[in-house]
Design a binder for this molecule. Sequence first.
Ligand code: UDX
Length: 437
Amino acid sequence: MDLAIIGSGYVGLVTGACFADVGHNVICVDNDPAKLEALQSGKVPIYEPGLEEVIHRNVSTHRLRFSGNIEEAVDKSQIIFIAVPTPQKPNGDADLSYIEKVAREIAGVLHSYRVIVDKSTVPVKTGEKVAESIKRYNKHNAEFDVVSNPEFLREGCAVRDLMQPDRIVIGAQSERAIALMKQVYEPFMAPILVTDINSAELIKHAANSFLALKISYINALSAICEASGADVEKVADGIGTDKRIGRSFLNAGIGYGGSCFPKDVAAFITISEQLGVPFTLLKEVQRINAEQKDRFLKVIRDTLWVLREKKIAIWGLTFKPDTDDIRSSVAIDLVADMLREGAQVCAYDPKGMEKARMIKAIADATFVNSALEAVEDAEALIIATEWEEFANVDLAVVKEKMRTAIVFDGRNLFDPKTMAQLGFRYHSIGRAAVSPA
Ligand code: UDX
């Protein structure tokens, strides 16, 4: 099929590349000339495992191309996917101005029947507004249908999530649009759920909020484990093996971050309030998430007493492993907190350094080139992201390099007993702290 994707950000780029990979002809459109130039010259602006190969493979067979020309893209495609950002406004609302602008632009160049699909995460009822907007600016009175088709990909495993989805959600009213959408997704061989547009939009916010709730649930449990001497990992296994609960997204840590959960939970709360049915449970999810970082900081302060002039190593700056994304990363907040208290922070991340260096709030940190370089002479090590590379570091060497062997593990990467045997004082999440054996 001939498809256009408007917006070559995270979702747009991965979706476009994977659509091309299953045989569709895809034009990815973006209005950022620098990004376009990079993409057209074979550079991929984000780090995502496997993405570069998929893009190069499909560009070379001409199934995928990048363009700044929305009119040509609309003209040549049966379906136009909107995948532009919906950032958070100061009041928690989703900013829909990019969507509205693209809807107007599409309407202006629409000549014959097209399906216009919203892939961006939007509040329920946005589809109605997009349809109204297109109708209003539809110069040539062309026929069209609006569809909601939320994306559930996770950064770090986005290509796999897109190629092997658990389900495809299609929110549509017209049979004509449903048939075309089914054709797009046929090669993915995944269950397809057809709903009305409002339900499809709600599914996305409800799914992300539920996952955030699961994380806050285990994080709240981790505090109870610490207070009672239980082990949160065992508790997570014990409840997670119940199929009704499931073990995934029950990893206790320093709280969720990233470009989706914080924004989507806030947006869902705001929409629920606007609809007159405040979803107060989600406020508690947010509160627990913020508290988790504060509890971690308290342990660090209680243990080290004074942070001023202490050399603290931090492993991990991205909001999760296998990405270079540092948006709403709890790790970055931790570095900023340490610096504010006068610590000398020495940070390392396998992929996030370039972006982290640009953040003003952590400009005073020292950025080094390896996990081992970071711990040189350090008085404590904080593990903020669970990169595989950290799990494979020779801990005996780490111990030797540190001035005082104290580790605060915000991701439960290591086994407490082993850490004690190696001579570390080791604090983790929801498990008893251990001292050198
Ligand atoms: C999320 C959703 O998973 C995805 O379906 C949606 O399309 C976009 O938002 P993403 O933000 O890429 O994806 O990452 P995800 O793997 O969900 O992790 C989000 C945050 O939760 C990270 O900070 C991660 O460290 C944290 N997390 C996740 C936990 O603290 N514990 C867990 O058990 C899982």
